[in-house]
Design a protein around this ligand. Structure first.
Ligand code: DAH
Length: 347
């Protein structure tokens, strides 16, 4: 009996690991431990075992059964693993890069923004961001634009109700109103209040105006602001920087022209025009592209800088207008429609 039991375990250990399919496994299992199987057959012979040997043989049968079940369990686990692997298909290494091309491409506005950032980084500018929800202080007052200034006309922009609260923007004055920023120039003030000169920052981002939407206007568009504060900064430095930036972006055939203008926060102030006839579809001689100037001493006073020591320049340009020139796009609304036929052209 003992020999028969150990022969049974040996056979199971030899056969079960070679079984590859579930039906085969079930048949083998029934053959070893099923009601009509070999182990059951051997158990039935217990009747012929002398009484005094019965406990020992009973124990042996039990141990044999446990050994057989263990072998069967391992066999089943192996079959299950093989079934799962077959369902998953050929072996894959999920850590390898996907063989598929990237599913997307950067938006043309993102491309222009990143290119401008990179050009300005090369000459020492750091990219910073500011909040789109602003208070009147950062957007106007600190930029030397008093409440009577037309740029503050509440009809011109998006104000929030007087009791609105935003945790990320501090009110400088009780009762001051929140609004969606009308320009990125507010980041100039935030940066100057946070640090000490010299300062050299560029800040791209969304701005909002109550403009009627048409081919060249949108209530939500993008600007890129620049600010440089140091000793002995002159208009010549400003002109040289903008020449460098615009020629790097649009090509060396680009011409840049300054026209006198007025902004509350710069003195003198200029509007900058571009001539870039080598670009597709630019049929105008000069295209107005940005505002700029030398930081007004009143702005320095407001942020606590000594205006007799510090000088600087600032500029703000519209990213859409530049992207429209580069790519020959004649309607600003294409940028916001998420039409793949449009976007794929820039992939
Ligand atoms: N904030 C102006 C606008 O939105 C652009 C601008 C003009 C920015 C002069 C400046 C600046 O930094 O110095 O039209």
């Amino acid at each position: 009996m003992q020999d028969q039991l150990s022969a049974l375990v040996e056979r199971a250990a030899a056969e079960i690991p070679h079984i590859c399919s579930r039906p085969e496994f079930e048949a083998a299992k029934a053959g070893f431990v099923g009601p009509k199987g070999e182990l059951t057959g051997l158990m039935k012979q217990m009747g012929h075992v002398p009484k005094e040997e019965k406990p020992a043989v009973g124990k042996l049968i039990n141990e044999t059964k446990q050994q057989l079940l263990k072998i069967l369990e391992a066999g089943l686990a192996r079959i299950e693993a093989a079934e799962l692997a077959a369902a998953l298909g050929p072996a894959i290494d999920p850590t390898l890069p996907s063989p598929d091309p990237l599913p997307g491409a950067r938006h043309p506005l993102t491309q222009v923004r990143e290119e401008l950032n990179a050009i300005l980084r090369k000459v020492g500018f750091t990219v910073v961001e500011g909040p789109e929800v602003e208070t009147e202080y950062y957007c106007f007052d600190a930029l030397n634009t008093p409440p009577t200034h037309p740029a503050r006309d509440p009809q011109d922009t998006f104000y929030f109700p007087a009791d609105a609260k935003f945790s990320n923007v501090a009110r400088k004055v009780a009762g001051e109103k929140y609004l969606l920023r009308t320009h990125t120039s507010s980041v100039q003030i935030r940066t100057m209040l946070k640090g000490e000169p010299p300062i050299r920052i560029v800040s791209p981002g969304r701005v909002y105006r109550r403009d009627t939407v048409d081919a060249t206007h949108s209530a939500n568009f993008h600007q890129l602001e620049g600010l440089y504060v140091d000793k002995n900064v002159t208009v010549k430095d400003l002109k040289a920087l903008l020449d460098y930036v615009l020629k790097s972006l649009l090509g060396s055939d680009t011409q840049v022209r300054f026209r006198p203008h007025y902004f509350g926060y710069t003195e003198p102030s200029f509007e900058v025009d571009l001539s870039a006839k080598h670009l597709p579809k630019v049929n105008q001689e000069w295209v107005e592209i940005m505002g700029c100037g030398m930081v007004d001493p009143a702005v320095f006073e407001d942020v606590g800088y000594d205006a007799s020591v510090w000088t600087g320049y600032a500029f703000g340009m519209g990213i859409e207008r530049i992207a429209m020139m580069i790519y020959g796009i004649d309607d600003i609304r294409y940028f916001y429609q998420n039409d793949l036929r449009f976007l794929r052209q820039f992939a």
